[in-house]
Design a protein around this ligand. Structure first.
Ligand code: SAJ
Length: 418
């Protein structure tokens, strides 16, 4: 019989992954303590409120808090299991910045008791879970850390990468298969007992480095495939062929499934994770690096096209629809739409640019320095514009009646009005 975890869990990092994970565990009748360094996040959670938009999350959080199953604090408490779900951004040289993971490990270390489980969920370069063990071991020489090929460790350390898709987190948290990689097989088995509480997908046990690499490879796979679509778009454009028609036709082949070109690849994962692979094996990662470069170039290409078009007008008004990193979420991290708007605003300082996004009510910091940018409702923006640039295919934009767009120059980067 496989173990199912029954005690208290502390989750460090109450963001897009830590909070939904906390809620689904709490909903299974386990006491969960959410830990975050940001007192505003802790205060909001303690009131049962969610600091960001994700379908079905708010109602689950308020329920779990009201039942007393989910509490929040800035101090790491004692618990039987600890899940680390903090960010792993990259440094200027594109190596992983593990400072948040290290800080989390160092907060957990003094609280650890024999028999406790520590799971790293943050996306990390191969070898990071081992480092977590080393950081904890340095602070707790009294505890035996798990070592490959040895038994009898006092604590169990594993990596279980998150794989949920923003916008579908509450569904995928339950239905996705999970990969659990332990520093030893016993660590993997112990960590899996937590995920058995709520995961309906299969739980696949492996070693920590394979789990770390599998996660990075998943996102690099998507990046490479989006880069392929973006390159097809570039080539089709230069040959005056409609890329959307080409992809529609090619995708009727039973073994072809080309993704959608767009203004670039955003979010906190896909533009970042492939670099962890490149920095682990720079000489060998030619395709992965090129895909990153192709996708990173997209905002420049799109902005360049719009600026060229604008030069055909004496005093044009431009509407840019969408600022978030993808459709139907409120997340603007690493958003290519923001890059496009910034590049246009910079290139055309005398042109009025109206920006609209149903999920964004304040001009993002990166754009606040441009005087020629104004937030506007979508319908007003389109009505006043000579050029309409669709950057994110939010549902209300997709539903916009074609009559509203008649007579305007349209630059539809997502194929939403096709
Ligand atoms: N995009 C395109 N064309 C496409 C698909 C996406 O340009 O055909 C763009 C999106 O607009 C967005 C970016 O790519 O800017 C990334 O969006 P996404 O929906 O592909 O992925 P994320 O970043 O929301 O979530 C990904 C997921 N990984 C994979 O699908 C392999 C998710 O399962 C991971 O959990 C998540 O990264 C993560 O946290 O690592």
């Amino acid at each position: 019989m496989s173990d199912v975890f029954k005690s208290r869990v502390a989750i460090l990092g109450m963001g897009y992954i830590g909070l939904p994970t906390a809620v689904v565990i709490a909903t299974r009748g386990i006491d969960v303590i959410g830990v975050d360094i940001n007192p505003a996040t802790v205060a909001a959670l303690s009131r049962g409120e969610v600091p960001f938009v994700e379908p079905d999350l708010a109602v689950a959080v308020s329920g779990a808090v009201a039942m007393g199953r989910l509490t929040a604090t800035t101090e790491t408490p004692e618990a039987e299991a600890f899940i680390i779900a903090v960010p792993t951004p990259f440094n200027e040289d594109r190596t992983a910045d593990l400072s948040y993971v290290k800080a989390a490990a160092e907060q957990i270390a003094p609280r650890l008791k024999s028999g406790n489980i520590v799971v790293l969920e943050s996306t990390s370069p191969p070898g990071t879970t081992q480092k977590v063990g080393d950081w904890i071991g340095a602070l707790r020489p009294d505890l035996r850390m798990p070592r490959d090929g040895e038994t009898g460790a006092d604590v169990f350390i594993a990596h279980c990468p998150e794989r949920v898709l923003p916008g579908r987190i509450m569904i995928e948290m339950i239905t996705n298969d999970r990969v659990v990689g332990g520093l030893t097989p016993r660590c993997a088995e112990k960590a899996a007992s937590i995920y058995r509480l709520f995961a309906q997908g299969e739980i696949l046990l492996t070693d920590a480095a394979s789990a770390e690499m599998a996660k990075l490879v998943e996102n690099a796979y998507r990046d490479v495939n989006i880069a392929f679509a973006n390159e097809i778009s570039l080539i089709s454009e230069s040959l005056h062929i409609d890329v959307w028609e080409v992809i529609r036709l090619a995708n009727r082949h039973p073994r072809v499934n080309i993704l959608s070109p767009g203004p670039g690849v955003g979010g906190h994962c896909i533009p970042v994770d492939p670099w962890f692979i490149v920095s682990a094996a720079p000489q060998l990662s030619r395709l992965i690096r090129t895909a990153r470069e192709v996708n990173d170039h997209r905002p420049h290409h799109v902005a360049g096209q719009v600026v060229e078009n604008a030069k055909r007008f004496r005093s044009p008004t431009i509407a840019c629809l969408g600022l978030t990193f993808k459709a139907n979420v409120d997340d603007v991290r690493e958003s290519p739409a923001i890059d496009v708007v910034g590049l246009i605003a910079k290139a055309l300082p005398d042109v009025e640019i109206l920006v609209s996004d149903p999920y964004v009510s304040v001009m993002p910091g990166l754009l606040s320095k441009y005087d020629n940018l104004h937030l506007e409702g979508a319908h007003q923006a389109v009505e006043r514009a000579d050029i309409v640039v669709l950057l994110v295919e939010h549902e209300p934009f997709k539903a916009m009646r074609h009559t509203r767009l008649a007579g305007k120059v349209i630059y539809d980067t997502r194929g939403a009005w096709h």
